[in-house]
Design a protein. Sequence first.
Length: 299
Amino acid sequence: MPIPPTDGSPLTALITGASSGIGRATAVRLAGRGARLVLVARGREPLEATAAEARAAGAAAVTVCPADVLDEDAIRAVVSSAVAEFGRLDVVVHSAQVMAYGRIEDVPKEVFERVVDTSLHGTATLARHVLPVFRRQAGGHLVIVNSLLGNVTTPVLGSYAVAKWGQLGLARVLQQETRDEPGISVSIVQPGGVDTPIYYQAASWAGSTGRPPPPVYSPERVARRVLSTLENPRRIVQAGVANHLITAGFRLLPGLYDALVEPLLRTFALAGDDVPPTEGNVFESRPEGNAAEGRWRSI
Ligand SMILES: NC(=O)c1ccc[n+]([C@@H]2O[C@H](COP(=O)([O-])OP(=O)(O)OC[C@H]3O[C@@H](n4cnc5c(N)ncnc54)[C@H](OP(=O)(O)O)[C@@H]3O)[C@@H](O)[C@H]2O)c1
């Protein structure tokens, strides 16, 4: 779908995880194309910051909707109020996620389950309310921001990898289940390392927070990839120059991959900042940590 649509009407887009990182960059980029935006995350204050940036970038309208993607009633209300306000919903970009560091045996059960739930049940909840709207309109595009870790596994990030493998499976099912309506697209974007706050907002039982493994993309670069996917729906899109190589290593040379992955992770993907066990933002928003980007150099 061209953005803005060729009939001259503004595009209406709902973005989850819109207060930080990739979701926020996507919102601002869509604003630059004159879109009407519905911004969703748990914490209101950083969503207001995204809204201010989006208005300055040229959004036709911005609505801030604090909601947890795990709250069925809240997501139902957000989707129906977006349709009531704007008459339709063209695009949904799903970027909400939390993360936890630590071995499976060390991460508390509740933390493991919330990381997986946010990914799996959060995506399913959103799909349950968005896809019927798309069907009534005979059109709409859902973009799910997944991860390179939906294709490969790594120790110490097990809960997140499990979450992203599950989300990938769910997203592929959604693609298959919407084949009967040619106007509906479901696309998956898989970033590699991106400079966002998710690494220090994460829970950790690993003695350290994380950092994005190189090559590190800017959220803006991933947002550009999301927009090109919206214009040109694809089943799965990579946003990381090394993704194909790493996935091939995982699949074709599992012995070598398994020998290398933990030392590489400890060298390039842990911050080494010596933190005590923390739940991070897994159960509640930590608004002060949400931001347009993280603290690393990116390409
Ligand atoms: N950064 C990377 O290197 C990287 C790599 C691969 C894939 N990804 C994926 O990219 C997506 C965006 O991540 P990011 O790096 O941009 O993270 P981020 O900067 O931490 O942003 C995460 C966003 O999700 C929101 N959120 C978290 N839990 C939520 C919930 N239960 N309900 C609603 N909103 C929730 C957060 O706001 P609140 O806390 O206020 O709710 C925030 O707006 C995620 O799917 C992530 O897995 C990131």
